[in-house]
Design a protein around this ligand. Structure first.
Ligand SMILES: [Zn+2]
Length: 359
């Protein structure tokens, strides 16, 4: 989507021969337009980088941060602070003072973000790694100063819309994917709802500035998450979905709490999930924590209570992997009528360059 070609997995705008392909944002900058990346992941993660950077491996996030600095991406909002700091492991590369010297306002809290949103250059990094899940931000008072995706989106629009020659902004609900990998039903639903809250903001923007193309889509599904028909005549699906309301935390947050103490805590588990773990399940979770070979405790926990989660939420999964279904694409505004009913992902590049009058 970011350069108009299909590429090997794991690269950022670099073809199979190692040739760099100019990303959309570089064309936009040449035409004098402002550019912005907003995500709940690290802002140096692959989806954001796919619109603005060139590296041979997506994990080269220090280099991606350096390229954002060199290429003067105007608005960067998300996680990934560690890729913008000088540390023992990161001696070179652009750091926050460099960005400030180019006129960026640097913000680290929701309050600072809202206060600085009219700055034409904005670097907002709200976590060392990815932002906490929406469900955890909603329920954990300690995370109240981490902005939501809609708050970051509004700030980005406020900043970028000052550009006289227009702008291109890529906004990602990046952690939908992570909740899919873990098969965490409450976490994914809250991530999806938060992304959904961005859509009326975008449509309102279009009403005020109709010369704007809005594209809403995803790059792939993860986990095969579906609300199953449940019960006689499927009438249990709706109440099951409502049952997610008494789940108050992600399995990732549980993982962090349990690993911090080395102990499974039945009360904390039930408060977050609404599920009472059986003694066998509690033992299995503790055994996973005690096993030095085990990696993702959150995924292990959703497997251990998979039956209870399915019964409670009616949400089923096909795997912990990316999935191959056709994905939704909605588009509004000038140029949207030219999008064919069935297209390949990379064909969106031309749609975007045309809308931006870059070709
Ligand atoms: Zn993924």
């Amino acid at each position: 989507m970011g350069c108009g070609q299909r590429l090997p997995n794991g690269v950022i705008n670099t073809d199979a021969n190692g040739v760099s392909l100019k990303p959309l944002f570089s064309y936009a900058k040449e035409a004098g337009k402002a550019t912005g990346l907003v995500t709940t992941c690290k802002v140096t993660h692959a989806t954001s980088a796919g619109f603005a950077a060139n590296v041979e491996k997506r994990g080269m996030e220090d280099e991606i941060a350096q390229q954002y600095y060199e290429r003067e991406i105007d608005v960067l909002l998300g996680g990934g602070l560690r890729h913008f700091q000088r540390t023992a492991d990161r001696q070179k590369g652009a750091s926050i003072p460099d960005f400030k010297s180019k006129g960026y306002r640097f913000v680290q809290t929701k309050t600072e973000l809202l206060a600085q949103a009219s700055s034409p250059r904005l670097l907002g990094l709200f976590s060392n790694s990815h932002l906490p899940y929406a469900i955890d931000r909603t329920h954990d008072a300690a995370l109240a100063e981490v902005p939501s995706l809609p708050e970051m989106f509004r700030a980005a629009l406020q900043s970028l819309s000052q550009s006289k020659k227009g702008f291109v902004l890529q906004v990602e609900g990046g952690r939908v994917d992570h909740a899919g990998h873990v098969n965490d039903p409450a976490a994914i639903l809250h991530e999806l709802l938060e992304f959904d809250d961005c859509i009326p903001i975008a449509l309102e923007y279009l009403r005020n500035d109709p010369d704007t193309l809005l594209i809403i889509t995803t790059d792939h599904g993860t986990g095969g998450c579906q609300l199953n028909g449940a019960g006689p005549a499927y009438v249990d699906s709706g109440p099951a979905l409502d049952g997610i309301n008494d789940m108050t935390g992600s399995f990732e947050a549980l993982e962090q709490k349990f690993i911090a103490t080395g102990q499974f805590d039945a009360e904390v588990f039930t408060k977050a999930t609404g599920i009472v773990a059986t003694p066998n399940q509690a033992d299995a979770i503790q055994a996973t924590m005690d096993d030095p070979e085990s990696t993702y405790l959150s995924s292990a926990m959703t497997k251990i209570v998979a039956k209870e989660l399915l019964k409670k939420t009616a949400i089923g999964w096909t795997s912990n992997n990316h999935t191959s279904e056709c994905i939704d694409l909605f588009a509004f505004g000038p140029g949207s009528e030219q999008i064919a009913p069935f297209i390949k992902n990379y064909e969106l590049f031309v749609v975007m360059t045309k809308a931006l009058k870059l070709s």
